[in-house]
Ligand binder design. Structure first.
Ligand SMILES: [Zn+2]
Ligand SMILES: [Zn+2]
Length: 388
C-alpha cells in the first residue's frame, strides 16, 4: 500500500502563472490574431494534429497504458506517448500515473488527490493550483523500471518544452506562421486539452449515469466522452479500471479504444485486457437491482407492502442472475469443447453444445426483456404488481 499523505494548502505559483498566461494568450489572443492575420491551412493542420496527438497520448498513453497497464506497447509507441504526453503539460507520465492510481485506490476520500467530495472546483483545477501534494512513487515501481519513462520524469521540463512549445512553433515558423502557431497551437490547444482532461475529474464525478456501480461518484457522461476520446465513460472505468476500453459497448464513442485495437492489429501493442461480456452484464443488472431496491425502500410508505414488493422484485432479479450464469456456463462449456480435439471432431457433440449455448442465450434474453420492462415501472406500479 502506498503511503498517502493528504495535501496541504499552498498556492502553486508556477502552475497558477502557467494556467493564467496560457489561457489568456490562447482564449483572448486567438480571436485578435484571426481578426488581424486570418487563419492559414498550416495553422489549422498543426492545431488539429497537436490536439489529437497530445489528447490521445494522455488517454491511450498516460491513462490506459501507464496508469492502468491495460495493454502493452512497443518502445516506439511508448516514446510517442511520452513525447506528446509531455506536450500536454500535465506532468510526467510517472507523476500522472502515480496520482491517478491513488485516485482509484482512495476515490472520494481525503487521500484522493482530486476528490470530488472537496467540490467541483477543487476536483477540476483547484487541487493543482492551491494545494501541494506529496506523491508516493512506490505505487509506480513497475513504471520506474522503464528507462524512457524515468528519463521523461527526470527531464520533464526539457521534454515538455521541446514537444509542446518548440515543435509546434518550429512547424509554424517553417510555414511562415510562428506567432499563430504559438497562440493557437500552443496556448489555445493546451487550455482546451487541460479542461477536457479536467472534466473527467469534475463533471464525470458529479453528472451522468451510474450504469455499473450506483454507489461510486464516477459517472458515464457521453458528452465528456465525446470531448475526451472516450474517457467520459467513467462509471464503467472505475468499475473495471484495467479494461483497455472505457466505452464498453460497440457504439459508444471511444476513439482511444478503437486506436488501441487498431495498433494491436498492426502488431504495435499487445495483451489488451478486457473483462468478459458476462462480467459487464452482471455489474449492470446488479446496479439496476440496487437502484430499484433503494427507490422502493425510499418511496413506499407501507412497510409491509414495501417488504412484499422488495421480496418479489428480488426473486425476479435472482431469476435473471441465474439465467445469466446459465448462459455463461453454456458458453464456457462450448468454448472448452472447441479446444478438445476429440470432442471437436464429433459434429454431433459440437451441435448439441452449440444448441445448449443458444438456448441459454435465448432464455436469458427472454427474462432480460421482462426485467427491462419491470425496471421502467414506478415504485407504486411495482407495489401494485407485487404486493396486492
Ligand atoms: Zn475518477
Ligand atoms: Zn483511470
Amino acid at each position: 500500500m502506498p503511503h498517502v499523505i493528504p495535501p496541504v494548502k499552498k498556492v502553486r505559483w508556477v502552475n497558477a502563472v502557467f494556467f493564467v498566461v496560457t489561457t489568456l494568450i490562447g482564449v483572448l489572443g486567438t480571436p485578435f490574431y484571426i481578426a488581424r492575420f486570418g487563419l492559414s491551412t498550416a495553422e489549422i493542420l498543426i492545431f488539429i494534429f497537436f490536439m489529437l496527438a497530445t489528447g490521445l497520448s494522455i488517454t491511450m498513453g498516460y491513462h490506459r497504458l501507464y496508469a492502468h497497464a491495460s495493454y502493452r506497447a512497443n518502445p516506439i509507441i511508448q516514446f510517442l506517448y511520452l513525447f506528446f504526453g509531455a506536450a500536454a503539460f500535465e506532468q510526467s507520465a510517472l507523476k500522472w500515473a502515480a496520482q491517478h492510481r491513488i485516485h482509484h485506490q482512495y476515490v472520494d476520500t481525503d487521500e484522493d488527490p482530486y476528490s470530488i467530495k472537496k467540490g467541483f472546483w477543487y476536483a477540476h483545477i483547484g487541487w493543482l493550483i492551491f494545494w501541494k501534494h506529496h506523491v508516493d512513487y512506490s505505487i509506480v515501481k513497475d513504471l520506474q523500471a522503464s528507462r524512457m519513462a524515468s528519463h521523461q520524469h527526470k527531464h520533464y521540463g526539457l521534454w515538455s518544452v521541446t514537444a509542446g512549445i518548440g515543435l509546434p512553433v518550429l512547424l509554424g515558423a517553417l510555414t511562415g506562421h510562428a506567432l499563430g502557431a504559438f497562440i493557437i497551437c500552443v496556448c489555445l490547444r493546451i487550455t482546451l486539452v487541460y479542461h477536457t482532461t479536467f472534466f473527467i475529474n469534475s463533471v464525470c464525478h458529479m453528472f451522468g449515469k451510474a450504469t455499473y456501480d450506483i454507489y461510486a461518484s464516477a459517472r458515464d457522461h457521453w458528452f465528456v466522452a465525446f470531448l475526451t476520446y472516450g474517457e467520459g465513460y467513467h462509471n464503467f472505468h472505475h468499475r473495471f479500471p484495467s479494461d483497455y476500453r472505457n466505452g464498453v459497448r460497440w457504439y459508444q464513442w471511444d476513439p482511444s479504444k478503437w486506436f488501441i485495437a487498431l495498433l494491436s492489429h498492426l502488431g504495435l501493442v499487445r495483451d489488451l485486457k478486457r473483462v468478459s461480456q458476462f462480467q459487464v452484464l452482471h455489474a449492470r443488472v446488479a446496479a439496476e437491482n440496487k437502484r430499484i431496491s433503494d427507490r422502493l425502500t425510499r418511496q413506499l410508505a407501507n412497510q409491509l407492502r414495501c417488504q412484499k414488493t422488495l421480496e418479489a422484485f428480488h426473486l425476479q432479479y435472482e431469476q435473471l442472475r441465474k439465467s445469466l450464469v446459465g448462459w455463461e456456463l453454456a458458453v464456457k462449456e462450448y468454448s472448452q469443447l472447441l479446444q478438445d480435439r476429440v470432442a471437436r471432431q464429433s459434429q454431433e457433440v459440437r451441435a448439441a453444445a452449440y444448441a445448449r449455448k443458444e438456448q441459454a442465450r435465448l432464455h436469458f434474453k427472454e427474462i432480460h426483456s421482462r426485467w427491462t420492462s419491470l425496471i421502467k415501472l414506478s415504485p407504486l406500479a411495482l407495489e401494485q404488481l407485487f404486493a396486492y
